[in-house]
Design a protein around this ligand. Structure first.
Ligand SMILES: [Fe+2]
Ligand SMILES: [Fe+2]
Length: 289
């Protein structure tokens, strides 16, 4: 079984400035001035072309598809993503897809737009986000670590109820060696530690709870950098494929990973955009011990 993992597409979409209020207005300025040039259309097109040429069983997209979670962004990004969306796709939202309360109420725009690609809700409760998709007998679990935050805050939090329901679900179905997808990291490389304003705030709690039945792989994004690391305590592989559509520079090594699974053995490849060749190609595996 092969999984392709991409993240943090941050697809630029033009929005009429008169439609922007509060955090969306400052976010739009930030994104048009600082971010949009770093996610050029040619990288996104090359990424999608590369994915279409690959043979895989599951495409994981771990959030931050949009920038401001404006309704127009959801409509446009769905159209732009259409050539790689099919029954193999598994998505979770990122903080930029939950940027303002208007993206959640009265309607959850992320769920409304990408509902066909989120898997099946584990509970019919409706008060929390917990999805599962089964591909070739392997369970893939999706969490939402995001909620609207004040300006310049991008921290995450996973409801304890979601963590305990996940553990219950796995136990009841006797599932082990599953895959977990969540936008925020649960581990950072040395020298790349996130601030309180950016990190998953209850990550220690989550790691403790997951130790009961750790995932084979934890797929995430959020920190625009690539890394791969085996957590010593649990053996879980942590994979960061952010940002798959960004130009790499001194502080950000970008691209995406693929994951091959045979039984409980996993192996990885990494692909990065070659600016000279204007296409993605297999590149060095960025792995931390
Ligand atoms: Fe991001
Ligand atoms: Fe993010």
């Amino acid at each position: 079984m092969k999984i392709v993992h991409i993240s943090d597409l941050h697809i630029p979409v033009r929005i009429p400035i008169y439609q922007l209020r509060g955090k969306m207005f400052t976010g739009y300025l930030n994104y048009t001035v600082l971010r949009s040039g770093k996610h050029p259309v040619k990288i996104r097109e090359s990424l999608f072309e590369h994915i279409r040429s690959m043979d895989y069983d599951c495409l994981i997209v771990s959030g931050d598809i949009t920038n401001l979670s404006h309704k127009k962004e959801f409509l446009e990004t769905k159209k732009l993503l259409s050539s790689i969306l099919d029954n193999r796709t598994f998505m979770v939202p990122g903080n930029h897809d939950r940027y303002t309360t208007s993206s959640l109420k009265p309607k959850d725009l992320f769920v409304e737009t990408f509902g066909d690609y989120l898997g099946t809700p584990i509970s019919n409760d409706g008060n929390f986000y917990l999805y599962e998709k089964n591909i070739h007998g392997k369970a893939i679990i999706g969490w939402d670590s995001n909620r609207p935050t004040p300006i310049a805050i991008a921290s995450g939090y996973v409801e304890p109820k979601v963590v305990s329901k996940t553990m219950d679900f796995l136990k009841k179905r006797n599932i082990q060696n599953y895959f977990l997808v969540c936008h925020h990291p649960i581990w950072n490389p040395p020298g790349k530690i996130e601030t309180e304003h950016h990190k998953l705030l209850n990550r220690d709690y989550i790691l403790r709870e997951l130790s009961q039945n750790p995932p084979l792989v934890y797929f995430h994004g959020h920190s625009h950098d690539n890394w791969l690391h085996r957590l010593e305590a649990s053996g879980t592989m942590v994979v960061n494929s952010a940002s798959s559509t960004r130009i790499s520079d001194k502080k950000h090594v970008c691209g995406f990973y693929t994951c091959d699974i045979k039984g409980d053995k996993v192996s990885f490849c990494r692909f990065a955009y070659n600016e000279d060749l204007e296409k993605f190609e297999e590149s060095i595996l960025i792995e931390y011990n």
